[in-house]
Design a protein around this ligand. Structure first.
Ligand code: PHE
Length: 340
């Protein structure tokens, strides 16, 4: 027995391994239940009583020695386990982390929210998948109204009542249905139209619409609000111009132009030599739209407006092709790093 212990001890002292897995195999060979060291403990029972003390001690020493040697070998290799339990090395150089950037449309959307926030407009959100009522009918687009043609969208074949919203005016309706005036809100969101994709149009784009309803709200309030917005967005020297237009849910309706940012109004390619660029539609909320949402049109009046975020962003950053917003080309997006 003592010879065998000496023999194993010599063997263990000279153990070598080239990988973590090999150390594990050695552990099984010597220390597992049927391992070479463990079986000696089974034989211990048959050692004569007077030898038990010495043999027992040598046996325990052997076991401790084997455990220490295997630990020593193991420490030379890493495994998933040891790697995870290892303390992080704070002196290691960091990885090559590229700073991200906000998408230009998010930057401008946040600016619009901020500008209107300063004069008391809060933000509301609504579903992109809408029903006919909230996107069209409640907004005074009757079933066969030609204005529906300009906002053709994506319908579900099995249920023509379900569609992708064409504007966030649907959220104005949802808000008016559930909230009593006074209301002063803006509605940012993604909208959809049946448009061929080009440098100037896309079947997906983004809007911010706005709504202000209270007693005695007038067209003068609308004009002043929009002028404030244009100057905050494009600069103090920006001029605005309102042209008569038509929307089923506003009466009277208008479209607003701002003086061309590129040429300052003298005339250039961007403004098609007119000195003006259209940026939004607006008007006084039609009494029918108010009544459709249970708001008394004798007591309350209001204005609404809606703009495309892409259009504002293109003007602000002089971007000439709308498709750039959706291509996710980092050479384009990187240019906005640091802007918020
Ligand atoms: N909803 C209109 C559109 O998408 C914009 C608009 C909003 C016009 C509010 C007038 C008032 O074209």
């Amino acid at each position: 027995m003592l010879d065998r212990i000496d023999q194993l001890r010599a063997e263990i002292d000279s153990l070598k391994a080239v990988s973590f897995e090999e150390v594990e195999l050695l552990r099984l060979k010597y220390l597992s239940k049927k391992g070479l060291v463990s079986v000696l403990f089974d034989d211990f029972k048959s050692v004569p009583a007077e030898m038990k003390r010495e043999v027992g001690q040598r046996l325990n020493d052997l076991k401790t020695k084997a455990q220490e040697r295997l630990e020593e070998l193991k420490s030379g290799f890493s495994s998933v386990e040891t790697e995870l339990s290892a303390k992080p090395d704070l002196t290691r150089p960091s990885g090559n982390n590229q700073p991200g950037s906000r998408h230009p449309l998010s930057i401008v959307r946040n600016q619009i929210i901020d500008i209107f926030g300063r004069i008391g407009f809060t933000v509301a959100d609504g579903p992109e998948i809408e029903d006919d009522w909230h996107n069209f009918s409640a907004l005074n687009f009757t079933a066969d109204h030609p204005a529906r043609d300009m906002q053709d969208t994506f319908f579900i074949a099995t249920n023509p009542d379900i569609l992708l919203r064409t504007h966030t005016s649907s959220v104005q309706i949802r808000t008016m249905e559930t909230t009593k005036p006074p209301l002063r809100m803006i509605f940012p969101g993604r909208v959809f139209r049946n448009e061929a994709i080009s440098a100037r149009a896309h079947c997906i784009f983004h809007q911010v619409e706005g709504l202000y309803i209270d007693k005695h709200v007038s067209f003068a309030d609308l004009k002043q609000t929009l002028m404030y917005f244009a100057k905050e967005m494009f600069g103090e020297n920006t001029k605005i111009r309102l042209r008569p237009s038509y929307f089923p849910f506003t009466e009277p309706s208008g479209e607003m132009d701002v003086s061309c940012l590129i040429c300052g109004g003298v005339g250039c390619n961007i403004c098609k030599h007119t000195g003006w660029v259209e940026i939004l539609g607006c008007g006084m909320v039609d009494p029918n739209a108010l009544e459709n949402c249970g708001i008394d049109s004798q007591t309350y009046t209001g204005f609404a407006f809606g703009m495309g975020i892409e259009r504002i962003t293109m003007l602000k950053y002089q971007i000439k092709d709308l498709r750039l917003f959706f291509e996710n080309d980092v050479r384009f997006l990187n240019q906005f790093t640091g802007a918020f």
